[in-house]
Ligand binder design. Structure first.
Ligand SMILES: *Cc1c(COP(=O)(O)O)cnc(C)c1O
Length: 401
């Protein structure tokens, strides 16, 4: 009887075939091309009559191993890797759309995805409409005759709002639309959009999948016939992942489950500690019962994820002061790292949005986004507590939970 291995086991045990050296860990195939046994094999490979590696822009054993593993973890049929998350977002949409097509997207999207929809695709006649995450009843009316695909992130950045994937999968199905989900924040350990009918799951592997802030990378996973089109697009337009990064990312997946457990446990403890704090306007985390979509979060996510947001009293100035008062937390643009990171979206990642647009995606002037890392939770709590105090001139304390 063939038994399906569990998530953790698949993440650890999926490997390319061993070479004659019987290595335990896959070697890094740093080669731009692969040799052919003879002219006939070259012909067969180039004409898709045989499967195999030809040139690393098309495929490479390290990237193939990463794809195979990600497909098992996401429950998808096929995939490709890309040099960045943005290459994955761009290539998946560009490969599947034509001039004249329309995209329905959730309003709060990663900044560069927003730029692709608003500044790049219109050059080729591809338009979009943004739908509000908190008004799902409005989405159906926003579908136009030329709507071809729906693109969403859930949980969203930095609002941490959720889209009901089961509902969305049905909506896309009922209207014959492609559904692409950017699953970067949740990772396949917490949620698997393909199980709800997403046709493509796109990733920035830069974040939790790498998990240690070392590489930029991406992946596009989904149904075989769609991936075939995406593969053609990528093979000829060239957003290929370096095999070295592919190797790192495949090794990273071996620890994804244990890392995500700790990220989520630390994030929940931090959210619980901060909820009701006198210096904050609010705290938002999908697995806090005060989150407006707590029930949905429990339904479609295994745990609440590694990101929390809170709004400090005192607006932009206090938000920035808070960041400057942190002793341990990193101030950097990445997320999903072993190290806890704090960002002030209103003055950095989302500063190009108007005040009204910021408000629409839940960015208050004092909003701080924390990507909760793997340090001891007491050190994280203490740094945040004391930065809140220092930014208001209150004396420091020791935190021991
Ligand atoms: C970071 C990120 C991206 C872009 O990924 P890169 O690897 O930086 O190109 C896309 N979507 C989300 C949700 C992200 O957080």
């Amino acid at each position: 009887m063939e038994r399906k291995q569990h998530f953790e086991t698949q993440a650890v045990r999926t490997q390319t075939e061993k070479s004659s050296h019987r290595e335990h860990t896959a070697p890094i195939y740093m080669t731009s091309s692969f040799t052919f046994e003879d002219a006939e094999q070259a012909r067969a490979l180039f004409n898709d009559e045989q499967e195999g590696n030809i040139y690393t822009r098309f495929s490479n054993p390290n990237n193939n191993e990463l794809v195979e593993k990600l497909c098992l973890l996401e429950g998808t049929e096929d995939g490709i890797t890309t040099a960045s998350g943005m290459a994955a977002m761009f290539s998946s949409m560009a490969a599947l759309l034509q001039s004249g097509d329309h995209i329905l997207a959730s309003r709060s999207l990663f900044g560069s995805t927003h730029q692709i929809l608003t500044r790049i695709f219109p050059k080729w006649g591809i338009t979009h409409t943004y739908a509000d995450i908190d008004k799902p009843e409005s989405w159906e009316n926003l579908i136009q005759p030329n709507t071809k695909l729906i693109f969403v992130e859930t949980p969203s950045n930095p609002g941490l709002d959720l889209v009901d994937l089961e509902w969305l999968g049905k909506l896309a199905g009922a209207h014959g639309l492609l559904l692409i989900v950017d699953n970067c924040f949740a990772t396949p350990y917490l949620q698997q959009p393909a199980s709800y009918g997403a046709h493509i799951v796109a990733h920035s592997t830069t974040k939790f999948i790498d998990g240690q802030g070392r590489t930029i990378g991406g992946a596009i996973l989904g149904k075989k016939e769609l991936i075939q089109e995406v593969r053609f697009f990528a093979r000829h337009s060239g957003p290929a992942l370096s095999p070295f990064n592919g190797w790192i990312l495949s090794k990273s997946l071996e620890t994804l489950a244990v890392r995500m457990d700790r990220h989520c446990d630390n994030a929940l403890k931090l959210a619980e500690y901060l909820e009701g704090h006198a210096e904050l306007e609010f705290v938002k985390y999908p697995f806090l019962s005060s989150h407006p979509q707590y029930e949905l979060a429990k339904k479609q996510m295994k745990k609440g994820g590694g990101l929390i947001t809170f709004s400090v009293k005192g607006g932009v100035e206090r938000g920035r002061k808070f960041l400057d008062s942190l002793q341990m937390l990193s101030i950097t643009a990445n997320l999903g790292d072993t190290r806890t990171i704090a960002t002030h979206p209103a003055s950095t990642t989302h500063s190009k949005l108007s005040a009204e647009e910021q408000q629409q995606v839940g960015i208050t002037p004092g909003l701080v986004r924390v990507s909760v890392g793997l340090e001891n939770i007491n050190d994280i709590l203490e740094d945040i507590e004391n930065a809140l105090r220092a930014s208001k001139g209150i004396s420091q304390v020791a935190v021991d939970k």
